[in-house]
Design a protein around this ligand. Structure first.
Ligand SMILES: C[S@@+](CC[C@H](N)C(=O)[O-])C[C@H]1O[C@@H](n2cnc3c(N)ncnc32)[C@H](O)[C@@H]1O
Length: 247
């Protein structure tokens, strides 16, 4: 299944959940605070900007934000909140597409680098980020830590959440480093709605090597946007990579 098929008009219409989930102030607030701080006086470029979950409040903080996004329906949803003059968006692949301008910050959040399904594309994504940065600029990646320790030998699927109205399960292909997340949502009828997304998972050390290939150095890694220490048990990380101040 291609990314363009996954992020279609129906998914785009359902994406925003104002005030809850990934749109909850306790999630979004620290994200925007940290990104605004990292952008400093410069401009920011969001790879896979989606419906502007992060970009809209970041722009509201006075940071000029531009986006690159593959899915026109996701951009259409963004356009209900911010016009092209406020948040310009280039429709294209974040691994290869150029956006006009120079940026002190490029960011790629909510595990979205894993939507690129090959190592080569993920490396290209780092290179594309580096191409947009001014010397000393930063590339921020928010990504989950692969949960293979939870996968018993010989088993390919793992349920990671089970609520009365929702079941989330992942199926693994460890040879290709692929995982498909299956989200089953139930309502009062007997039918379930399924949303499936394929990912290529990346280990933190592999991510750092991708950065090195693109000429970026790891500046910091925390377990979340609040700056909690990253440990062996952290389930996610916010990693900040930096281009050397002068090339
Ligand atoms: C989980 S959403 C994240 C959207 C937004 N960054 C956020 O935090 O809410 C993933 C987004 O990545 C976009 N996407 C997937 N592959 C892409 C690619 N190769 N280039 C650009 N955007 C891509 C999808 O269309 C979708 O809008």
């Amino acid at each position: 299944m291609q990314q363009a098929e996954i992020w279609d008009a129906a998914t785009a219409r359902r994406y925003d959940t104002p005030g809850t989930g990934m749109f909850a102030p306790e999630t979004l607030g620290p994200t925007v605070d940290r990104l605004a701080d990292l952008a400093g006086e410069g401009a920011a470029l969001e790879f896979a900007i989606g419906t502007g979950r992060v970009a809209v409040p970041l722009a509201g903080r006075g940071v000029p934000v531009t986006g690159i996004e593959l899915s026109p329906p996701m951009v259409e949803q963004l356009r209900a909140k911010a016009d092209e003059a406020t948040i310009p968006v280039v429709v294209g692949d974040m691994a290869t597409t150029a956006a006009p301008g120079e940026y002190s910050l490029v960011y790629l959040v909510y595990n979205t680098i894993s939507n690129l399904l090959t190592q080569a594309e993920q490396v290209e994504c780092f290179r594309n980020a580096a191409r947009h940065l001014i010397p000393g600029g930063r590339f921020v990646v928010e990504l989950w830590v692969p949960e293979l320790r939870k996968l018993p030998p010989g088993q390919e699927a793992m349920v990671w959440r089970s609520d009365p109205d929702y079941i989330g399960l992942d199926t693994y292909d460890v040879l290709r480093q692929h995982v498909v997340s299956h989200h089953f949502r139930f309502d009062e009828t007997e039918r379930a709605r399924l949303f499936r997304s394929p990912h290529r998972y990346i280990w933190p050390a592999e991510l750092d090597l991708m950065a090195q290939l693109a000429g970026l150095d790891l500046e910091s890694r925390h377990a979340d946007w609040d700056g909690t220490a990253f440990t062996a048990d952290s389930r996610s990380h916010v990693s900040v990579y930096r281009l050397p101040p002068s090339r």
